[in-house]
Structures are given as C-alpha cells and as structure tokens.
Design a binder for this molecule. Structure first.
Ligand code: CP
Length: 310
C-alpha cells in the first residue's frame, strides 16, 4: 500500500478524493484480517490517547470506535456527555481544549450540530478530529463501512446500482453514502416521500424516484434509512403506517427485488416501518456484516489519521 496519507482529520467523504477513499477501504481490508486472528490486537496506536466524545446517543458507532482503539493498543477515554461539564453550560470548544490540554491525540466526536467537527478541526491544529456523525451533515465512517461491505460482497463499486430509500433530507448517512458512491462511480437512486426526498438532489447527479418499485427493481444494493424523527421540526408525512405501505421493504416488495440484491441498513432499524423483520433477518440482509466491517474501517481511519499527526 504505497500511498502518502496526509489528512489528520476525517470530517466528511466530501473532502476526500476517490484515491483516498479507496486507500481507506484497502487499509480496512488489512485490519479485517487482524480481527480474524487468534490475537486480535496490533501495537499501531501504542502510546496514543483517544477520547470518545459522544454528545448524541449511539450504540454501533461508539462501541466499534472503542473496540477499534483497543485493538490498535491506544489508551481510551470515554466522556459521558451527560455527566460532563457540558451539562453546566461549558462550550464544546472549551471542553475539547481541556481534553487537548491533557495531551490527547485523537478526539472521536458525535454531535447534533452539523459542522461541529469542522469547527474543532480548525481550532485544534495538533489533535486529530474524527467525525462520528454531525447533525444531518455527515457520517463518514458509516458510509465507508457501507462502501466496504458493497465492495466485499459485489467485488466493485463502479457501475453498481444503489438505491437509498427513506428520509434522505435529514440523513447524514444518505449524504455521506451519496458523496462516496458518486466518487467511486456508482449509479445512485433515492426514493421516499416528496417531503423527505426533494428533487434538488438531482443537481448532484442522483436519480430521484417517487415509486419504490421503480427505484429498487434493478438495484444491486438497497440501503434503507430510518425516519429521523429527532431532526424533524414538523411531521413530514402522515404516519409510519402510511410510510411502511408505500416505502417499506417487506415480503411483498421482495417479489420485484432480485435475489442477488443486498439489503443494507445503518441501524437502528424501525422494524415493520422501513424494513420488515423477515427481510432484516433474511438471507439477503448484510446488516450485521456492516457492523463487523465497521470495526475494520474504524481501525483503518484511526491508524491513518494518527500517522498524519505532526
Ligand atoms: N449507524 C449508526 O450510526 O448507529 P448508532 O447511532 O447506534 O451509532
């Protein structure tokens, strides 16, 4: 892997070149092999300290970052936002400056405010910032693990037909997937209620399709999204029952979906809304493999950004 990685932060796939994305995926392939060994640990981040600062709830992302850090032999500190001085009104910048004063090397951060990791990255030149999801903006490691899973299962990204279904408007996962997939040459279709899937997305090169059947019938991959109620100021559709009827994937919709199509979901799943349990737990689902691959991808990202720190 002869590639000179220079970025100390991972903020968004929008900022990365095609070559940089491919290099992360190639590096993750090597780290996946580490997790298949008897001894699942390497000394790559020995002597480095990583703080996980999650100011929004998370299960998969937080657990797999912590496990990735431990597998790389880093020292790990988890900040409980609810039990920190953020609760007393301390600003995010002051919080991270104090963390930095303890000579921490990497801050992995999830925050409800779009752009929060970019802000910290500009303020803190000598510390890596890794975005674990910021508002409706970006979730780069989720998109990378999605790309990794597609490439592993289908052998390529270029030319794949990928349908992303659901709440595109409020989804950082959708945005990050779209940026990564377009850079790697996939054909992207998005579908969902008009209020959640505006036509404006066509300007960035994706196909907008209102009818679920048209969106998925030629898809190699279907990536389903949760309705992001926590980011909606008003209700954007009549109800979950109606959503499930028109945009949910269930045994009836599988009649017009190829048996070769991968079913993906970033989690957490609203079972019976965007995805029926029979499909989520069925043979075409790779949802738990996405979680497994997230570990390898996060090991790769931490390893690369730490190497770029001066
Ligand atoms: N996919 C994802 O980000 O899940 P969590 O919110 O549980 O981390």
């Amino acid at each position: 892997m002869d590639f000179n990685w220079t970025k100390k932060d991972l903020l968004s796939l929008y900022d990365l070149s095609r070559e940089e994305i491919v290099h992360i995926l190639d590096t993750a392939e090597e780290f996946k092999k580490v997790s298949q060994r008897n001894v699942k640990k390497v000394p790559a981040l020995r002597g480095k300290t990583v703080v996980n600062l999650f100011v929004e709830p998370s299960t998969r992302t937080r657990l797999s970052f912590e496990l990735a850090e431990k597998r790389l032999s880093a020292d790990v500190i988890n900040v409980q936002a609810d039990a920190s001085s953020l609760r007393k009104g301390e600003s995010l910048l002051d919080t991270v400056k104090n963390i930095r004063a303890l000579q921490v090397d990497i801050v992995v951060m999830r925050h409800s405010a779009a752009g929060a990791p970019n802000f910290l990255s500009r303020e803190l030149a000598d510390c890596s910032i890794v975005n674990a999801g910021d508002g409706a903006h970006s979730h780069p490691t989720q998109a990378l693990l999605d790309l990794f899973t597609m490439r592993e299962k289908k052998g390529r990204i270029e030319g794949l037909n990928v349908a992303i279904i659901g709440d595109i408007l409020h989804s950082r996962v959708a945005r990050s997937n779209i940026w990564g997939l377009l850079k790697l040459g996939a054909n992207v279709t998005i579908s969902g209620p008009a209020t959640l899937v505006p036509k404006e997305f066509e300007k960035i090169g994706v196909r907008v399709c209102r009818n679920l059947k048209d969106a998925v019938k030629d898809a190699d991959v279907i990536n389903l999204l949760r309705i992001q109620h926590e980011r909606q100021r008003t209700e954007y559709f009549p109800g979950t029952g109606e959503y499930a009827k028109f945009y949910g994937i269930n045994p009836d919709s599988m009649k017009y979906i190829s048996p070769e199509t991968l079913i993906m979901h970033p989690g957490p799943i609203n079972r019976g809304v965007e995805l029926d349990s029979a499909i989520a737990d069925g043979p075409q689902s790779v949802i738990l493999e996405q979680v497994t691959n997230g570990l390898a991808v996060r090991m790769a990202v931490l390893f690369l950004v730490a190497g770029a720190l001066k």
